[in-house]
Design a protein around this ligand. Structure first.
Ligand code: 8YV
Length: 329
């Protein structure tokens, strides 16, 4: 039987599915440090990860490893050049999380715009002594302009919801989406700079790549309206968190909603002290149903990628399909 490592706690029924095909080593605890991860992968044929960094050194230390299945749509934790060089297949879990993640983007955006976290903390601190007409005035979401940076599948799901709020949609993406999608979403393509000047609520839904590092920094924040909000449900590192904390503190933008952070699970200390930011611990896809769907899809990818089960050799979501069938190097 082939051996696999499940690097994270997941649903026991998914572990049972995997056990039908593999000898399973399950880390049902905290994320493994790099040396422990490498040690546990040394004799494995496959692995199921969730954001765990896998690079050239880890692959070199695991000569049997042929498939690494990430329980996430983003796979910036994989060094794909190293995967390709070693003929290791990487897989991810697109689509099953689109709607759940888009819901969460709206939740963060609305919480930021309407100061829900900030006013809730004020209330919990026992500071609500009298009701006042002008307290916690926020920005409207309905009728405003939504700016989506990254118009992939999640960005489109997010933009689709804007219709019910009678919003204008502007977007920026590496390339324009098909005219039919622009028409369906009533979305106008803008440069990043024009979007930042125009939008009332900016939401980031782009993958993290070297070129997307600090897509939003001090210069970009300076273009935004002082009444605008910024929401990041994409990846830490896309926003310069120190620059954002300064802009929030100085009220150069009104508020932010952040689910992801540079260097998470650490959070920039300045973000922890500014009141006008809603902070959540990377949970945008974390509905029970969606996390189950992601775990099962990741299992499907691993089972098929390792050449067993009904789809043997045809995993649903290969990131680098060219390596399928090639000998490990
Ligand atoms: C993951 C995510 O759950 O899919 C992604 O890219 O950010 C989340 O949905 C998280 O990255 C853990 O793998």
């Amino acid at each position: 039987m082939q051996k696999i490592l499940v690097a994270r706690p997941i649903f026991p029924d998914v572990i049972e599915r995997l056990k039908q095909h593999f000898d399973v080593d399950w880390n049902n605890g905290d994320a493994l440090p790099a040396d422990e991860l490498a040690r546990r992968l040394a004799d494995k044929d496959g692995a199921l990860t969730a954001g765990d960094p896998i690079g050239a050194a880890t692959l070199a230390a695991a000569p049997r490893l042929r498939v690494v299945s990430n329980m996430a749509v983003g796979y910036n934790n994989f060094d794909m050049a190293a995967f390709n060089a070693a003929n290791v297949l990487g897989t991810n879990t697109p689509d099953v999380l689109n709607e759940t993640t888009a819901d969460f983007g709206w939740a963060l955006m609305m919480a930021a715009a309407r100061r829900i976290a900030e006013s809730g903390q004020w209330l919990r601190a026992g500071r609500w002594e009298k009701w006042s007409f002008d307290s916690f005035l926020g920005a409207d979401v309905h009728g405003s302009t939504l700016g989506v940076i990254g118009m992939g599948r999640i960005g489109q799901a997010l933009a689709r919801r804007a219709r019910g709020f009678n919003m204008q949609v502007v977007y920026h993406n590496r390339s324009r989406v098909a005219p039919a999608i622009e028409a369906e979403l009533n979305a106008q393509y803008l440069s990043k700079e024009d979007l930042l000047r125009r939008a009332d609520h900016v939401v980031l839904v782009l993958p993290y790549t070297a070129e997307n590092h600090h897509t939003i920094g001090a210069a970009e924040l300076a273009l935004m309206k002082p009444t605008a909000t910024l929401t990041n449900i994409a990846r830490g590192g896309i926003v310069d968190d120190a620059a954002l904390a300064a802009a929030l503190r100085e009220r150069r933008i009104a508020a932010a909603g952040l689910d992801v952070f540079e260097g998470e699970p650490k959070v920039h200390p300045d973000l922890l002290t500014v009141p006008n930011v809603v902070l959540t611990p990377h949970i945008a896809s974390a509905s029970d149903a969606t996390r189950r769907a992601m775990a099962n899809l990741a299992a499907d990818n691993l089972i098929a990628g390792l050449g067993v089960g009904p789809r043997a050799g045809r995993p649903p979501n290969p990131i680098n399909p060219d390596v399928i069938g090639k000998a490990r190097s």
